[in-house]
Ligand binder design. Structure first.
Ligand code: SAH
Length: 225
C-alpha cells in the first residue's frame, strides 16, 4: 500500500514513520509513505500557499492551486482509490473505516493548516473527510499520522503475530479484555487463575466474558448497533 501525505509541515510527520511498527512496514515493503511539501507547488517564488479569507475574518486559508497541482501530479502517476482530508467537521474516524481503507492500494491524505483549505478543494478532490475527534488541532499532520498508523498496522505482515490486530478493541465490536504478564503476583495483586491454567477454551471464554463486561460498563453504545 502507498500513502501520499500532502502537508506544509512534512517535518512533523517524519518521526512517526521512522520508528517501531510503521518503520517495519516500510522496511518490509508492505507500506510506503511519501511526504509532499505543498510549498513546492506554491503559486509564486515566495512559496505562497495560503491567503486571506474572502469575506474577511481572522485566519488564513490554504489555496486551491498548490493542492490541486500536487494531487494532479500524483494522479498522473498512478490511480488513487481515496483522497482523504483531515478536518474536524469530517466523519469521526473509527476501526471500521480503518479496516476499509486498509484494503486500498494508493491513498492520498491532505493535511490542513490555519483555517483549513478552500472549500473547492473538498468539492473537487476529496473522497473522505475524516475527523479524529471533537476538538481542534493546529494542523492535519497528527491526525494523518493517526489514520496512517491505524491502517498500516492492519496490513498483512506488519504485526508480528498475525492474529494480534484481530483481538484488539473494536474489531469484534467489543473492547479488549485485560492483559497481564510476569510476575504472576505483584504486591499481592494476582493474575487471574484461569490465565495460568493453560486451558485454552477456558481462557478464551474468560476473555470473552471480560471483553463483554468491560464493553457493557465502559462503552454500552458499542453493543447497541
Ligand atoms: N477552521 C477549522 C479548523 C482548522 S484547524 C474548523 O473550525 O473546522 C487546521 C487543520 O487542522 C484542519 O484543516 C485539519 O486538517 C486539522 N485538524 C484540526 N483538528 C482536527 C480534527 N479533530 N480531526 C482532523 N483534522 C483536524
Amino acid at each position: 500500500m502507498r500513502i501520499d501525505i500532502l502537508t506544509c509541515q512534512p517535518e512533523l510527520l517524519e518521526s512517526p514513520f521512522s520508528h517501531s511498527i510503521l518503520k517495519r512496514a516500510e522496511q518490509k515493503g508492505v507500506a510506503s509513505i511519501h511526504l509532499h511539501q505543498l510549498r513546492d507547488y506554491a503559486i509564486n517564488k515566495h512559496g505562497q500557499i495560503d491567503d486571506y479569507a474572502f469575506g474577511g475574518g481572522a485566519g488564513m486559508v490554504m489555496m486551491i492551486e498548490p493542492i490541486a497541482a500536487c494531487i494532479r501530479k500524483l494522479q498522473a502517476e498512478r490511480e488513487y482509490q481515496a483522497i482523504l482530508y483531515m478536518t474536524p467537521d469530517g466523519a469521526q474516524f473509527n476501526q471500521g473505516l480503518a479496516n476499509r481503507l486498509s484494503l486500498l492500494e494508493n491513498i492520498i491524505i491532505l493535511c490542513g493548516h490555519y483555517k483549513g483549505v478552500d472549500e473547492r478543494v473538498r468539492e473537487l478532490f476529496i473522497t473522505y473527510e475524516i475527523s479524529i475527534g471533537d476538538y481542534v488541532l493546529s494542523g492535519g499532520e497528527l491526525p494523518a499520522a493517526i489514520v496512517a498508523d491505524a491502517i498500516i498496522r492492519l496490513l498483512p505482515g506488519v504485526l508480528n503475530d498475525e492474529t494480534s490486530a484481530l483481538t484488539d478493541s473494536f474489531q469484534d465490536g467489543l473492547l479488549a479484555p485485560p492483559v497481564y504478564t510476569r510476575p504472576a503476583e505483584y504486591e499481592g495483586l494476582k493474575v487471574p487463575e484461569v490465565l495460568l491454567s493453560g486451558h485454552e477454551a477456558k481462557i478464551d471464554a474468560w476473555r470473552y466474558e471480560q471483553a463483554l463486561a468491560r464493553t457493557k460498563t465502559r462503552r454500552p453504545d458499542l453493543l447497541e448497533g
